[in-house]
Ligand binder design. Structure first.
Ligand SMILES: NC(=O)c1ccc[n+]([C@@H]2O[C@H](COP(=O)([O-])OP(=O)(O)OC[C@H]3O[C@@H](n4cnc5c(N)ncnc54)[C@H](O)[C@@H]3O)[C@@H](O)[C@H]2O)c1
Length: 373
């Protein structure tokens, strides 16, 4: 195992400084979001509308019940809500031409590793051709100045080493999901070189975030949704890989990175048109069982967890990101510790159980994040 140097621990002293999201920049910006009905998309649309942006969404209907999108009535907050398949190129182009956006954020994807083992063809067609279609639509829509393709930390060739991956590391992917996102990265870079390479052209970047957690995720086979389902039904939590280490982070962390990067792309153009990691501090990359034990110890009534000994497909054991580039070149940094992140998720879950207004509650968490000292 070849050792690489990492400067990410140097970021430790900087946790807690304000994240700079420029409200003036976002006010009245026209933003086209694919995947807006999903977990991250719903949080992003709430944040963008709070900043005064005019959002058009393009996605399939929410795939879970309940869903953050429906609970927070996100449809009411945005200008246009298109229900469509990213594989339908003509519909995507017409929706984008109708919206004439300044900025495009591409998040529509089949985002689950285990689902990708069950449905590899759908995963590749959605994640790879979906990216091609999004970039084709951008080519045909002259209003667009900045594009962000949201991929994942799993796009790297996983060497099962303890160091964080840098943006320059080789792409790879053991399973169909991870490899489809590596393909999406390659598509992004080919389109950038082939069609958007000139000065003053559209600035296109990709973002690779770690394991994103937060209130309002009900996806199957994800740790926090599995925990929340067990808490709500008072049942033992089944854990597949208790020792696997992941770069866990609250959903608002990468979203703040996307917003900062997009402002740089829009204003600084090709200088920022590249790949960017957004993950937690090295010290916050914790094993699955650490999270489960924290969730259990902060919840009443008490429940237990046990290892799921059924046969499970391969998933990486170690995965960490080196986010020095975003820190030094964008001024982005993570703000909430993992411990506090879990408290926020449990607070969100309690509010949901008490039938609170979840849009107001979620916007309050966004406010708490942006004003964090
Ligand atoms: N949640 C995480 O931990 C995480 C980590 C890294 C990267 N990501 C990436 O972030 C993005 C959003 O993830 P999420 O967790 O919100 O997932 P999600 O499943 O909650 O949302 C996925 C969104 O994509 C849409 N979509 C799926 N297939 C589509 C299709 N064929 N046509 C149009 N829309 C389609 C869905 O309707 C939904 O709006 C994905 O690209 C995912 O790969 C997620």
């Amino acid at each position: 195992m070849e050792k690489q140097q990492s400067s990410v621990e140097n970021l430790g002293e900087c946790v807690g400084e304000p994240t700079m999201i420029n409200q003036q920049f976002w006010e009245n910006k026209k933003v086209f979001v694919t995947g807006h009905t999903g977990f991250k998309g719903s949080w992003l649309c709430m944040w963008l509308s709070d900043l005064g942006a005019k959002v058009t969404g393009f996605a399939l209907p929410p795939s879970t019940n309940p869903s953050l999108f429906e609970l927070c009535k996100v449809e009411e907050l945005i200008e246009n809500h298109h229900v469509g398949d990213i594989r339908d190129l003509d519909f995507l182009i017409s929706a984008m031409k109708q919206a004439l956006p300044d900025i495009v954020i591409h998040m529509a994807a089949q985002p689950l590793v285990r689902e990708s083992y069950k449905n590899p063809v759908e995963t590749y067609s959605t994640n790879v051709m979906g990216t091609v279609h999004m970039l084709e639509a951008v080519r045909q829509c002259k209003s667009v100045k900045a594009v962000l393709n949201v991929t994942t930390d799993k796009c790297y060739e996983n060497k099962e080493w303890v160091w964080g991956y840098r943006e320059t590391e080789p792409l790879g992917g053991f399973d169909p999901y991870s490899s489809s996102k590596a393909c999406s990265e390659l598509v992004t870079s080919a389109y950038r070189n082939s069609f958007f390479g000139q000065e003053n052209s559209v600035a296109i970047a990709s973002a690779r975030a770690g394991n994103v957690i937060g209130g309002g995720d009900w996806a199957n086979d994800r740790l926090i949704p599995d925990c929340v389902r067990s808490l709500l039904s008072n049942q033992t939590i089944k854990v597949r890989n208790p020792d696997s280490i992941r770069p866990w982070q609250h959903v608002l962390e990468p979203l703040s990175g996307y917003l900062m990067l997009l402002q740089h792309l829009y204003e600084g153009g090709s200088k920022y048109a590249d790949a960017w990691n957004f993950g937690p501090l090295d010290s916050e990359a914790k094993p699955v069982k650490w999270i489960v034990e924290k969730v259990i110890s902060s919840w009443t009534p008490k429940i237990n967890y046990e290892q799921d000994t059924g046969s499970n497909p391969h998933e990486a054991h170690y995965l960490k990101l080196d986010c020095s580039k975003a820190f030094y070149e964008l001024g982005w940094q993570p703000r909430w510790s993992l411990e506090f992140t879990i408290e926020q998720i449990l607070a969100w879950t309690r509010a949901y159980m008490s039938k609170k207004d979840m849009r107001a509650f979620s916007l309050e968490q966004i406010k708490e994040y942006t004003t964090w000292k």
